[in-house]
Ligand binder design. Structure first.
Ligand SMILES: [Cu+2]
Length: 471
């Protein structure tokens, strides 16, 4: 049998078989075709050709099995949604509910999520699986679940009001369809979206290809990017915020609470990033590696079209997946390159004091106006990391945590890829021990002399502020 696909890719078939042409293209276009214009016929045949090759309805295949059919995804700081097989169908149960969550140790918030997790547990399945997902609503208001990026019957799409009735508090709905695609997808509320998504009602939905074209990864990490407005002293993100977010998260955690990605030297590593953030796009940058962007929401990208990158922009409502071989040992940062997305609340709303000598300003302000106040940055904001600041309840200093050399002055959308030789488990191996002589360090006087580097003494702080002062 000559398939449409074969027809489109074989010019010879055009001339060869009138019967095929008549079956695949409207008859009048075949009749009016001139011999030298095969393209028009191709265009006519293309007109109704689906963007994605698929058989409709795609047959349901036996349930794909972990390890045998796919390498399970790791969702750092989170978990996978369990499933069972009932009569050849994978059955899952999501419970939308309030969740007590910690963005970082001590920063406790009340969010809305699924099954005790924010984001909800990762749903994992295989192309061709028949899936049935029960959704119980234990929220105080109506909800629904939309399967973001999925090819499914319209009535399963989950937009409350448009495709189904909203799921009222206490009700359980059933969704069921066959997965006819693969890729990194998401699920999220499609009812009172602004409120529910700002509070965390979303999760990852990963569908493995039935027959992967590329080598399977050894380590397959998946992250939801998130952003929140958490006013100091409060314990619920503010859903009314439109632009000014102050917590930026990988799987709802900020560094140093972000679990590292651990890989053995030589592992093939895949990283999946997805976002249904409210307003921000996130250019995620991985240090130490070049990677190939191997998948979008549409699934695998043909190898010839894959781009080699060091950062990948994850826009809202998108997923991006990249692969690389972990051939460089070390502790490699992966972070959002929007500089305000690697901080938390305390970088927010402070006057720019860089270059200004505050003198006793802090003490005065602390005493009279704001207990715990500290002027941000006469030398930049790195100072904050070293201070055990007293901060308002549920707020964190901008900066991260002690690192192996010094304080790491980033927080928010930062995590670490740890690549090690000779490890036998994927437990956190601690900080990387750099081989001797491979760490940037203070230049010695004889080195400077040898290379003819002259260093002028920096002007001291008091002198720097004596000029241009009128009074
Ligand atoms: Cu960002």
């Amino acid at each position: 049998m000559i398939t449409r696909r074969k027809f489109l890719t074989s010019a010879g078939a055009l001339a060869g078989s009138a019967a095929v042409l008549q079956r695949l293209a409207p008859a009048q276009e075949v009749k009016t075709r001139e011999p030298n214009k095969p393209r028009e016929t191709t265009a006519a045949a293309n007109k109704n050709k689906p963007l994605i090759e698929r058989v409709d309805p795609k047959p349901t295949l036996p349930p794909g099995e972990p390890d045998k059919d796919y390498t399970p995804v790791i969702t750092p700081n989170n978990t996978a949604l369990p499933w069972k097989i009932i009569d050849g169908v994978k059955v899952y149960h999501l419970v939308a509910e309030e969740v007590n969550h910690e963005f970082a140790p001590g920063m406790k918030v009340k969010l809305w999520g699924f099954n005790g997790h924010v984001p909800g547990p990762t749903i994992e399945a295989v192309e061709g699986d028949r899936i049935r997902i029960y959704v119980t609503n234990n929220l105080p208001e109506a909800t629904s679940v939309h399967w973001h990026g999925m090819l499914l019957p319209n009535g399963m799409d989950g937009v409350a009001g448009l495709n189904q009735k909203a799921i009222q508090p206490g009700e359980t709905f059933r969704y069921e369809f066959t997965l006819r695609q693969h890729g990194t997808h998401m699920y999220h509320s499609h009812s009172d979206e602004m409120t529910q998504m700002a509070l965390g009602i979303s999760g990852l939905f990963i569908i493995h290809p039935r027959r992967p074209r590329d080598q399977r990864p050894d380590r397959d990490f998946a992250f939801m990017l998130g952003e929140w407005r958490l006013d100091t002293g409060t314990s619920r993100p503010n859903p009314n915020e439109m632009t000014d977010f102050n917590i930026f998260t990988f799987n709802a955690k900020i560094f140093p609470a972000t679990e590292p990605m651990v890989a053995k030297l030589g592992d093939r590593v895949r990283i999946r990033l997805a976002s249904v953030a409210a307003m921000s796009h996130h250019p995620i940058h991985l240090h130490g590696y070049q990677f190939r962007v191997t998948e979008t929401d549409g699934g695998q990208i043909p190898e010839s079209a894959q781009q080699v990158e060091t950062s990948v922009l994850v826009a809202i409502g998108q997923s991006r997946t990249f692969d690389f071989v972990a051939d460089q040992p070390g502790d490699w940062a992966m972070h959002c390159h929007m500089t305000h997305h690697v901080m938390t609340q305390m970088g927010d709303k402070f006057p720019n004091m860089i270059g200004v000598e505050p003198g006793k300003l802090d003490e005065k302000v602390r005493a009279s106006l704001l207990p715990g106040y500290m002027t941000m940055g006469t030398n930049g904001m790195g100072d904050m990391a070293t201070m055990q600041m007293k901060v308002p309840r549920n707020s964190l200093p901008m900066v991260g945590a002690p690192g192996p050399f010094d304080v790491i002055d980033m927080s928010g959308l930062l995590t670490v890829l740890k690549v090690r030789e000779g490890i036998t488990s994927y437990d956190d191996p601690g900080w990387y021990q750099n081989p001797a002589g491979t760490v940037a360090s203070l230049a010695a006087a004889d080195q400077l002399r040898r290379d003819g580097i002259e260093v002028k003494a920096a002007p001291s702080a008091p002198e720097a502020h004596t000029h241009h002062h009128p009074g």
